[in-house]
Design a binder for this molecule. Structure first.
Ligand code: G3P
Length: 220
């Protein structure tokens, strides 16, 4: 499963990148709102630390014609850019046109199986399901994710399910269990993934046992 960071904070992305675990970054207008630097500079800084990563940058225009033009601009920034376009009836023709032109689309703001079905038929690269916002609205987000993954598998669509709006580590375990292709997570959740209180306790035990044992060197 590909692991993306859901942030526009390139300094934090640089810190996480050293783990070798990050496959990409997803950026939307809300994430840009809290960064005080031009979006283009942010993308360029991300590329410096993650030159091979997939970067999904969301359109900010609303008019479909302008969305199309902005999408073309976004993919010209670098080789590995994807265009995030909100799932909406207005934008389906734009998405179809971009896909015909070979431009990779990450369809965002997806909440239902029927939306995912339409997007898969169009051939978007990623279907970004907002699992956390579904739970916020009393819907079992991972259950919706399961039905979408089953739909993609049953009909052999090329689109990949990307779990987004992740709120806790359990959402990641749920995504792994259902076998989806990708997930995007906030940095604070990424930083929790390799942690376990049992690992910490075990580490301390090993340290004490080594210090209390008879040996001075491990390999001499
Ligand atoms: O990629 C965007 C998505 O993850 C939004 O998350 O927390 O604003 O619902 P959130």
């Amino acid at each position: 499963m590909k692991l993306f960071l859901d942030t526009a904070d390139y300094k934090k992305i640089a810190e996480c990148s050293v783990t070798g675990l990050i496959d990409g970054v997803t950026i939307n207008p809300s994430l840009l709102k809290v960064q005080n630097e031009p979006p283009l500079k942010i993308v360029q800084e991300i590329i410096k630390v993650l030159p091979e990563a997939e970067i999904s940058l969301q359109v900010t225009e609303q008019d479909p014609h302008k969305v199309y033009e902005q999408a073309k601009h976004i993919v010209n920034v670098a080789d590995n850019m994807l265009v995030k376009i909100p799932c909406h009836k207005l934008y389906m023709p734009v998405i179809a046109q971009l896909i015909q032109e070979g431009i990779p689309v990450n369809a965002t703001l997806v909440f239902t199986l029927n939306q995912a079905f339409e997007l898969a038929k169009l051939g978007v690269h990623y279907i970004s399901l907002f699992v956390g916002r579904l739970y916020d609205n009393g819907v079992d987000g991972l259950k919706v994710a399961t039905t979408i993954q089953q739909m993609l598998d049953t009909y052999d669509y090329d689109s990949e399910l990307l779990i987004a709006s992740v709120r806790n580590p359990e959402h990641i375990e749920g995504a792994l269990a259902l076998g989806c292709d990708a997930i995007t997570i906030p940095v604070d959740i990424f930083n929790q993934l390799s942690m376990s209180s049992l690992s910490d306790a075990g580490l301390e035990q090993f340290k004490q046992d080594w210090l209390q044992g008879p040996h001075k060197q491990l390999l001499e």
